[in-house]
Design a protein around this ligand. Structure first.
Ligand SMILES: [Zn+2]
Length: 248
């Protein structure tokens, strides 16, 4: 909404990571112009901040919900989840965290599963399916698509800032306290199911004879049946895990 057609003014102060969403680099409070009485949710989403990123809204010092109708001169204060106590966040998102990622985050999904973190993913899911599964879980939506997080039906979402998969996983470590929740090599890379140890006799048909000669430990996905063993690239994966966990 531009300044000319909108005659009323409110003031916006955003805290912490919510500032990443604002294009304006001017110092707060930001002046926002509006017409009629939009909800505070509509107003801050128009500024680029998805409601799924906002934990708490204060208007003129009082906590309000997203449907509050903005009045001339209101002072709007927005708080992100990362400034709230960890147990409050856990209450909302459950612990350990469960995620669901959009189609563009395939590499990040692989890393999460390698670390044993539950992340649902299917490149064929559209926005509505991702939102439905997120709400049913509940699962935190991971996406770089702000439109997905602004969808009114979405309750849980985190906007991934970086485009680099190595930085993306570090972002999640910082935001969700993942270090306490990792359990490497317990999650199926293919389907997100859990792995359990299996005897060779049980999985023989899925293991090439050469592998059977050299390996005695096997794991099988309880969901899709995929069989795993510590093959030639296991060392690389172990190194990757060690590197990821080094600083946490
Ligand atoms: Zn599986």
């Amino acid at each position: 909404m531009n300044k000319k057609s909108a005659d009323k003014k409110a003031f916006l102060i955003v805290h912490g990571m919510l500032q990443d969403f604002l294009s304006s680099s001017s110092n707060p409070p930001h002046e926002i112009y509006f017409e009629l009485h939009p909800s505070v949710k509509d107003l801050f989403e128009a500024q680029g901040i998805p409601h799924t990123a906002v934990a708490k809204v204060e208007i003129n010092g009082m906590e309000q919900d997203f449907s509050y109708n903005i009045q001339e001169g209101d002072q709007i204060m927005l708080y992100p989840y990362d400034e709230l106590a960890a147990d409050y966040v856990d209450q909302i998102y459950q612990s350990p965290s469960s995620f669901i990622a959009d189609v563009h985050l395939g590499k990040l999904v692989k890393t999460l599963r390698l670390l044993g973190l539950d992340c649902a993913f299917d490149p064929h899911w559209d926005d509505q399916e991702i939102i439905d599964r997120s709400n049913a879980g509940p699962r935190m939506i991971l996406t770089r698509d702000l439109q997905l997080l602004k969808n009114g039906a979405a309750n849980y979402g985190y906007w991934i800032r970086s485009t680099n998969p190595d930085e993306q996983i570090q972002e999640l470590f910082a935001r969700f306290d993942l270090a306490e929740k990792v359990n490497p090599f317990t999650c199926c890379m293919k389907c997100n199911g859990s792995l359990q140890q299996a005897e060779l006799q049980e999985v023989k048909d899925s293991v090439p004879p050469k592998v059977q000669q050299w390996h005695s430990d096997y794991w099988q996905c309880t969901n899709c049946g995929q069989v795993y063993w510590q093959g030639s690239h296991f060392k690389d994966l172990q190194q990757k895990v060690d590197k990821l966990l080094k600083d946490h």
